[in-house]
Design a protein around this ligand. Sequence first.
Ligand SMILES: Nc1ncnc2c1ncn2[C@@H]1O[C@H](COP(=O)(O)OP(=O)(O)OP(=O)(O)O)[C@@H](O)[C@H]1O
Ligand SMILES: [Mg+2]
Length: 302
Amino acid sequence: MIDDVVKLFRELDSKDLRILTGIEIGMKHFEWVPVEELLKYTRLPYSSLEYKLRLLIKKNMVIGTNQPYEGYQIYFDGYDTLALNTLVKRGTISAIGDEIGVGKESVVHEAVKEPELGLGELQGVILKFHREGRTSFKNVKRLRSHLQDKEHFSWIYAARLAAKREAEIIRKLYPDVSVPRLLDNNRHALVMDVAKGTLLYRTKLEEPERFLDEILRQVGLVYWKGYIHSDLSEYNIFVSEEGVQFIDWPQFVETAHPHADELLERDVSNVLKHFRRKYKIDRNLKDVVSRIKKDPGSLHHS
Ligand SMILES: Nc1ncnc2c1ncn2[C@@H]1O[C@H](COP(=O)(O)OP(=O)(O)OP(=O)(O)O)[C@@H](O)[C@H]1O
Ligand SMILES: [Mg+2]
């Protein structure tokens, strides 16, 4: 079911968004943003700021502490809301739908984009919120003792960085490599095209050899652009009549990386294992890897 983003925002007013933005900005300098900073930023009277903060805490958008001073951090739903607000204002999406995936490091939703110039049909897109730093976030209480540390760790920073990294690599690879097109990136959120077909692990291919060739060809194209996916497996490869698409890029490395060889081998090995197990196709790992490194074109004829 599609939730109107506007409906989601109806419960929040511009003051709430201002408070969330104030906390976001404050988190550049503070692990816990002091209430005084928020008073200054929002120009709200103390009583209504406190009241609104309570509600934001209830909605899981903000968390607070009283020790050693009254301070606040933005929480996932709050940061998601800020990103959504920006994406909607930009016209990148107009509605958000079901959660279709919760990974270790992300939450992925279906979403809807208005057609260009308001003409044509609504377009389904993918909205991915990064969640890196969540584990460190669990240790936040422990970290409080280090409040004096200048280099405090903030999960929003880690998540934003990962999203930027993923956005940049997709921009570099598209359209030469088969990846879903990136439509927008704000904060820790990415908007991209829906990958075609289904994930490799979920389907039984009728022409597995053809798809394996195509997957390895794409690995070669990525390699010859100077990158290695580094988290490639049947869980991050979509297959369709039109071919294959690789998703989930934030772990990529450059081919100059000290562990490049191992990572490339691991990617290829994951793929070969899948095809061996499910389709009894046997290919030699070393041969395939050395061919990728020598000449991606040769993979056409394997
Ligand atoms: N462009 C896309 N088109 C269709 N589905 C997608 C797309 N991007 C992500 N998904 C869905 O969301 C899931 C999680 O996305 P992704 O693999 O990018 O994130 P992740 O957090 O790294 O996941 P994991 O930890 O499970 O590898 C995918 O397995 C897939 O089902
Ligand atoms: Mg994944």
